[in-house]
Design a protein around this ligand. Structure first.
Ligand SMILES: [Fe+2]
Length: 630
């Protein structure tokens, strides 16, 4: 959730780094990050060398590409304010005929971008090409695709245009509407507009709006609806309206039959075309959404690595998020996509020490520019998760904010008789484990104390709730990596020394000890937990974890956890990121299914029975069907 004010602040921040730095408090949780004058540095504690902060300023940022065109007598002009930008704009009208999943149909001509400028002649879309009916109504919706000179698709936009010549770009929903936080009596509908406006949504004659909201980002809560019922909703904005529909969740515990979908890891890949719409493998991701809709999934859970990310430029990170959302948007009008973060959602403060990646830590001030805050601004998720790691025994100052907020990055929701518990296993993430003792930060896959405590309480509550038969726990990083991440996730070649460092000190528990605490909660203490859903590895891997699963390095000295039953760990990072092959791990014999095919998981829940169907969304080939038992 965000407000437009924060957006403006972000853009200002990226533009006036120096004056901002003078006011930024360096969190006490970090070490060896210092300020000299108005500049921030990493100071190498061994040789005293200073590495200055470095911010990337690529042209590929949302504010440089999602620009408002100007109207002309014959069409519209784009000015990207960059004389060296060359490329192509493909464009086409949206049909005026009713269509559930609407896309523009590209016109036979395209426009050249030269010296950062392009002209689109809309008069040419008259006559037999006028599928929008603009010659009669003076209204059209135009879709357009910006492609650079190397053929990389940078951004897909849409714009309402009025007039029959001259033409005038008008108020438009540029993103959404999207269905979020689905409940038995409503949902939160979110969308972005290109101009300030105060929209409302009408459902069954009742008007919903948010009078305090007059910005560009809109979130309108629909409530008081009946459970398990389809509703049409019409968004009214300016002189325009758009109608979609969604179905409320069944009453909790009513045990209707339903299907939900799961996948993760859709960041960009090789192969050209839509396999990289700047930062996103839109080709496979879209196929995932199409198959989920075809199978009537009631929601799709998507756990991490949506985008390429790892940026230090807010506009670049936001462009990638925008591309992810626009890829699945036609489906998200009707069913929720519930999003959790992974490592690629990292948004970093980078110090240039001459190395390729530099010294990188989660960006601060945490309240404005942490990866967690940027993520929370992009998605509309439940706010029922842990708060922060402030207050844990390792918190260096109980009075100040020394850690980012978990808000909207860890949370849970209930749908009928299942609960989905979402963890953020890249919280306060420092990408390089060798750098962690120097700067502080949390390694990939480590669940810190307050989040683990929240998980314990949340699972206990759901375990005791008679309406719930099955609990799914999802986080980006598998407990047991099998194909691509043998060197990290919750294993690190069995190196229990791996752990967060706070304020120059390591925390008490290492990664293997923490994994065991995690397994103890999921397996021993909460028998309703049916499966652990992960990603990070770009393939589909279904694995059984039980007491016979080898899970310790040779010579491990810490207490070992006994497991009282089996649990499925299902990793499905196959939504488009570059593939990984199977690795030889101590527990490889417990892998029951593995494929590098792109795979959508569909859970058919029917009371106590849960059947998992796995289908290739590109070819519709069936990968496996298995009844999941506890
Ligand atoms: Fe990942």
């Amino acid at each position: 959730m965000k407000n437009s004010f924060t957006l403006v602040l972000f853009l200002l921040l990226s533009g006036s780094l120096l004056s901002q730095n003078a006011e930024i408090k360096i969190p006490d949780s970090y070490s060896n990050i210092i300020r000299k004058g108005e500049n921030l540095y990493f100071k190498n504690p061994v040789n005293g060398r200073l590495a200055p902060q470095k911010v990337a300023h690529p042209f590929e940022q949302i504010q440089n590409l999602a620009v408002m065109p100007t109207g002309t007598k014959t069409g519209i002009d784009f000015d990207f304010k960059n004389s060296s930008f060359t490329g192509t704009i493909y464009y086409g009208l949206f049909s005026s005929q009713p269509q559930k999943y609407a896309y523009p149909v590209y016109f036979k001509k395209s426009a050249v971008i030269k010296n950062g400028k392009a002209e689109i002649n809309l008069k040419e879309t008259a006559g037999r090409y006028d599928i929008a009916g603009w010659e009669k109504t003076g209204q059209m919706k135009l879709g357009y695709r910006i492609v650079n000179a190397r053929g990389v698709i940078l951004y897909d936009g849409k714009i309402n245009i009025k007039g029959k010549g001259p033409f005038t770009p008008d108020l438009t929903i540029t993103e959404g509407p999207l269905v979020n936080i689905l409940s038995e009596n409503g949902a939160v509908i979110s969308f972005e507009t290109n101009k300030l406006c105060q929209p409302d949504i009408v459902v069954n004659g009742k008007k919903y709006n948010n009078p305090s909201e007059t910005g560009l980002h809109h979130e309108i809560k629909l409530s008081g609806l009946e459970a398990d019922k389809s509703y049409r909703y019409t968004v009214h904005y300016g002189n325009y309206s758009e109608t979609y529909s969604f179905k409320t969740a069944p009453r909790e515990g009513s045990r209707t039959a339903f299907t939900f979908a799961y996948a993760s890891d859709s960041r960009k890949a090789n192969g050209g075309g839509e396999r990289n719409i700047y930062g996103v493998n839109a080709y496979i991701l879209k196929r995932m959404a199409v198959l989920a809709a075809k199978e009537k999934a009631v929601f799709m859970q998507f756990t991490g690595d949506l985008i390429n990310g790892y940026s230090s430029s807010i506009g670049q990170q936001r462009l990638e998020y925008a591309n992810w959302k626009s890829t699945v948007e036609p489906y998200w009008h009707y069913m929720p996509f519930v999003i959790a973060p992974g490592n690629h959602e990292a948004f970093l403060k980078v110090f240039d020490n001459g190395s390729h990646y530099g010294i990188s830590v989660d960006n601060f001030p945490f309240d404005n520019v942490s990866a967690e805050k940027v993520f929370a601004d992009e998605f509309v998720n439940p706010q029922n998760g842990p708060t922060t790691e402030d207050g844990a025994y390792y918190d260096p100052d109980k009075k100040t904010t020394d850690f980012p907020s978990y808000k909207e990055t860890a949370y849970y929701y209930v749908y009928d008789n299942i609960a989905m518990v979402i963890l953020n296993s890249n919280y306060w993430y420092t990408p390089s484990v060798s750098q962690i003792p120097l700067t502080g930060g949390n390694p990939h896959a480590y669940i810190m104390d307050n989040q683990l405590e929240w998980l314990k309480k949340t699972l206990a509550k759901l375990q005791n709730d008679d309406r719930i038969d099955h609990i799914f726990v999802t986080l980006h990083t598998p407990a047991f990596p099998n194909a691509g991440h043998g060197g990290d996730d919750m294993w690190y070649h069995g190196n229990n020394q791996i752990r967060p460092w706070v304020n120059g000190k390591p925390v008490k528990k290492g990664i293997i000890e923490r994994r065991d605490q995690f397994l103890n909660l999921l397996i021993n203490q909460n028998p309703k937990v049916l499966a652990l859903l992960c990603g990070d590895e770009h393939n589909y891997t279904r694995m059984l974890i039980n007491d016979n699963t080898p899970r310790y390095p040779k010579g491990y000295k810490k207490p070992e956890v006994k497991l009282t039953r089996g649990l499925w760990q299902i990793t499905n990072g196959s939504a488009g990121a570059p593939y990984y092959g199977l690795q030889k791990m101590p527990w490889t014999n417990f892998v029951k299914e593995y494929t590098t095919q792109h795979a959508l998981m569909l859970f058919d829940v029917d009371g106590k029975k849960v059947t998992l169907r796995v289908i290739n969304p590109d070819t519709f080939e069936k990968i496996e069907t298995v009844v999941l038992t506890k």
